[in-house]
Design a protein around this ligand. Structure first.
Ligand code: ADP
Ligand code: MG
Ligand code: ZN
Length: 485
């Protein structure tokens, strides 16, 4: 049987982090009551004139540059005409023939193949149709125009992604870049970042692209991957059965785990694009581009390379820290500067610190870094390195530090958490445990390893985890042998 290979291209929409909309002063805040952020411009009332938001332009320029694109000196806004109830003007202002930026690339994985970016352009979002949640939702659709006119940047890739998993990984890396440079909050549940996935399949080894379908509005990496997996299998099955793939727009049906047709391509689109007569061409001079370039922070890929080189971290740690965001990476670096060995600091930051954030359900590093500043974590790590507290106890101390903001040494002192390591104390623990469990001791003598494990457990418990398990085990074994002798 012939084998097929998929070809995938993404169109990603990211909401730009601005306070006001693209062409009016209305707020972009999410979650407010419907139709509270509206005005004649974003409602498309006759005679209202758009005024371009400079902050949005700046953010889109930064996005294009971070993706290695070239910003046009003159880009042009265009009207994309179509009818939809959530589009009161009857057209969306976008960029078509002369988009903000062209070219660029992003690697599919660290140091991996580059996927080309075709274009990066500015456009406004539409409103939102509410089909559910009202008593008469079976008969009526409600409209919320708070989103109408919110600034978006659209990023279009070449048809160059080779599998569903690769597409999902790429989308996730793209999100990391956009969030890092602060152009979007990347909040996918709130719709700040979503993507349309275009996919076709072709016989393996051939060059020409097959007929594609487009799955609209995927707002999670997992949905993107599953929708593509489904769509690839569906297209392959059709071609294998001698049926053509129909060019169409489809929708991901999460409950059914499948894609379903929305509209065929033919029925759509003549958008009758034409230059927006109410807006002049957007001029961006070289100095503005240079300033935007200079303002870009270190991007995740560059950071990964630097962390690996500067601190001798392995791939796992360098990658984890680079993806965890700028604040977390900086926290790691300051912890090292405060004296912690890099490997230990990386373990703590990627382990306990991240776990704490996860538990609190927040991305805000300050919730940990407030009570436990880098120097505080470094001091705790120093106690572990010096053998003053055991690993499990250190985690407990960390939890107390988070809760109280006290220093590690003070907590250890106040709560008697220092390691039990004086030999007399260990000997006493071993003696007490053996005295309390004479039957188990007898089983041990008959060589039952399970019984020995039980005694070790009891002894660790008696020290509240504060003993070095290796030394405690050795002492216990010696004591049993002594008795046998
Ligand atoms: P359309 O006009 O249908 O929107 P475009 O040429 O503008 O198509 O491309 C939109 C997206 O679809 C891009 O990301 C592009 O890489 C991708 N794409 C185009 N043709 C194909 C194809 N045959 N198979 C897979 N992806 C494709
Ligand atoms: Mg398209
Ligand atoms: Zn408005």
């Amino acid at each position: 049987m012939d084998s097929f290979e998929p070809v995938i291209g993404l169109e990603v929409h990211a909401q730009l982090l601005t306070e006001s909309k693209l062409f009016c002063a209305c707020s972009t805040r999410f979650g407010d009551p419907p139709n509270t952020h509206v005005c004649p411009v974003c409602l498309g009332l006759p005679g209202a004139l758009p005024v371009l938001n400079a902050r949005a332009v700046d953010a889109a320029v930064r996005a294009a540059l971070a993706l290695n694109g070239t910003v046009r000196a003159r880009s042009v806004f265009a009207r994309k005409n179509y009818f939809y109830p959530d589009l009161p003007k009857g057209y969306q202002i976008s960029q078509y023939e002369a988009p903000l930026a062209a070219g660029g690339w992003l690697e599919v994985e660290a140091g991996g193949r580059r996927v080309g970016i075709v274009r990066v352009h500015l456009e406004e979002d539409a409103g939102k149709s509410l089909h559910h949640g009202f008593p008469d939702s079976d008969r009526r659709t409600y409209l919320d125009f708070n989103r109408s006119g919110v600034p978006l940047v659209e990023i279009v890739t070449e048809p160059a992604l080779a599998s569903a998993a690769e597409a999902a990984g790429f989308f996730s890396r793209l999100r990391a870049v956009l969030v890092e440079i602060g152009v979007t909050d990347g909040n996918m549940e709130e719709g700040s970042l979503r993507c349309d996935a275009n996919v076709s399949v072709r016989r393996a080894g051939t060059r020409a692209l097959g007929v594609k379908t487009e799955v609209k509005n995927l707002n999670s990496f997992r949905y993107l991957q599953r929708a593509l997996e489904f769509e690839i299998a569906r297209q392959v099955a059709r071609l294998a059965a001698g049926q053509p793939v129909v060019a169409e727009t489809r929708q991901w049906d999460q409950a059914g785990g499948r894609t379903v047709p929305m509209r065929t391509k033919e029925a759509v689109h003549d958008y009758r694009y034409f230059p927006e007569p109410d807006l002049p061409a957007l001029a961006i001079d070289a100095a503005a581009v240079a300033a935007a370039r200079a303002s870009l922070p270190e991007l995740p890929d560059a950071r990964r390379t630097r962390l690996a080189c500067d601190y001798g971290l392995g791939a796992y740690d360098a990658d984890g820290l680079s993806r965890a965001g700028r604040a977390t990476a900086a926290y790691f670096e300051e912890t090292v500067r405060a004296g912690a060995p890099p490997k230990a600091a990386a373990n703590w930051v990627l382990g306990e610190v991240r776990r704490a954030l996860h538990e609190l359900g927040t991305d805000d590093l300050e919730t940990v870094a407030g009570p436990v500043p880098p120097a505080g974590l470094a001091a705790l790590i120093a106690l572990v390195e010096a053998g003053r507290v055991s690993g499990p106890v250190a985690k407990e101390v960390f939890a107390r530090m988070r809760a109280t903001g006290h220093a590690a040494a003070d907590i250890v002192e106040a709560e008697g958490l220092a390691r039990v390591d004086d030999e007399a104390a260990l000997a006493a623990v071993v003696r007490d445990v053996m005295a309390a469990h004479p039957k188990v001791v007898a089983e041990c003598r008959r060589g039952r390893t399970k019984a020995f494990g039980f005694l070790v457990g009891q002894a660790m418990k008696a020290t509240a985890g504060r003993a070095d398990p290796v030394r405690l085990t050795r002492r216990l074994r010696e004591a049993l042998e002594d008795e046998r002798a």
